[in-house]
Ligand binder design. Structure first.
Ligand SMILES: [Zn+2]
Length: 416
């Protein structure tokens, strides 16, 4: 059976869109902070799960028959629920405290209680999720704390733990592999741990704003925000993940959730996937060569990009490098961006470089800009291209704002 992807898409929109006009019970939930997580999910039809479960590679296993009959709010609630298991890293946390098949039910209850605390006030929570009070627990505590309490209780339910192989919320919630789980490198796409970390970071920032605006009590979720944002992630994997995603979107051209090319296919140039008209995206790199850009950092950042471009099988003919300060100095087709001859050192105006790209034919699908950010920007994105800005500087530097039409990754060296 195939999945009704349109219904899944509608449920995602129901979660993130603002309500229209008067707020009815089924009107959209206005939770845009969930978008980065929702649109990373990879749906897989599965008739063993009653509704929806998740694995650690962000596949969601969805029962097609359930999807056909469920209402949009029911589907939305299930989607929000698996997103919270994944962004809060419940699988890794379960491993950290030694959850096994005999205690997994307590862990499922513990994590579901924390999720219900966050989602129930938003009216976006699966009805079956337990509330703290109904379980005799104090509201607003961590999943680990609940787990310690629940697993210490005598319970006859432990016998039925995991309800065979299909129960619970999936290995994405407890780290215990299900028989139906696809392997992480299965040919259907996967969110790797660096991408997952980046999604968590973005959701954490947006969720913090959401909570401030709504004035809701997020309970344990706010501790998760603090933990997530406190841990400094190295910029290299974030930059490569952003570029990999941009190239993936460009190759998929459309709803990347459903048409994401598999990594294996995209690393084999020349193989055309079904429905994919542009198998090998064109990439343009704009390098700000004004004097203020740090050469060492630029070299490292370019090296990271070369790694991704090689891994994805983008041939040199599809790669154009512009070196730009207040003028476009060189345009080169290169096998490696690192080999670009960099000319310039004047002031910076990247609008000139980006305008040169607009004149390029065929047009690039992905534009990657390396700059210290000390430049004016065009008002709109290069037409038809996904743009990533690698902002180069030192920790503690302040940067001018970068345009909202681009994905910006800060690549920072320690202060001198
Ligand atoms: Zn759950």
């Amino acid at each position: 059976m195939t999945l009704n992807l349109q219904k899944l898409a509608a449920a995602k929109l129901w979660l993130i869109s603002p309500p229209v006009g008067a707020t009815a019970p089924a009107s959209p939930r206005d939770l845009p902070y969930l978008s980065p997580a929702l649109y990373a999910l990879i749906p897989v039809p599965n008739e063993e799960v009653p509704t929806m479960s998740c694995d650690e590679s962000w596949r969601i296993y969805v029962n097609p028959a359930w999807l056909d009959t469920a209402s949009i709010p029911e589907i939305g609630a299930e989607l929000a629920h698996v997103c919270w298991h994944l962004i809060q890293e419940h699988a890794g946390r379960a491993r950290d405290i030694g959850v096994d098949r005999s205690t997994v039910e307590a862990w499922t209850t513990a994590t579901d209680v924390t999720i219900a605390h966050t989602l129930r006030p938003e009216d976006a929570c699966p009805a079956r999720l337990p509330a703290a009070l109904s379980e005799g627990l104090r509201p607003g505590r961590s999943a680990e704390e609940y787990f310690a309490t629940i697993s210490g209780l005598p319970t006859e339910a432990v016998e039925g733990a995991l309800a065979g192989a299909t129960g619970g919320c999936g290995s994405g919630a407890d780290g215990l592999r299900r028989t139906y789980d696809h392997s992480p490198d299965a040919d259907l796409g996967a969110v790797d741990k660096f991408e997952a970390q980046e999604i968590r970071r973005i959701v954490a920032i947006e969720f913090r704003d959401h909570v401030t605006q709504r004035g809701t009590d997020p309970g344990d979720a706010l501790r998760w925000v603090a933990d997530t944002l406190e841990h400094e992630t190295p910029w290299e994997p974030i930059l490569t993940a952003a570029v990999r995603r941009a190239i993936g979107w460009a190759a998929g051209r459309g709803d990347f959730t459903y048409q994401r090319p598999s990594r294996r296919a995209s690393s084999a140039p020349g193989i055309v996937l079904p429905g994919q008209h542009r198998p090998i995206p064109r990439v343009s790199i704009v390098i700000d060569t004004s004097g203020s850009v740090d050469d060492e950092l630029l070299g490292r950042a370019l090296g990271e990009i070369d790694g991704v471009i090689t891994a994805l099988g983008i041939p040199g003919a599809n790669l154009t490098v512009y070196s730009v300060d207040a003028a476009v100095h060189t345009t080169q087709n290169l096998r490696n961006a690192k080999d670009a001859k960099l000319v310039g050192a004047g002031g910076t105006d990247l609008r000139i470089g980006l305008r040169a790209i607009e004149g390029q034919r065929p047009r690039p699908d992905v534009v990657i800009v390396f700059t210290d950010g000390d430049t004016p920007w065009p008002l709109t994105a290069p037409p038809g291209a996904v743009t990533v800005i690698a902002l180069l500087g030192r920790k503690g530097d302040t940067f001018l704002p970068t345009p909202a039409w681009a994905v910006t990754v800060q690549c920072l060296l320690s202060p001198r």
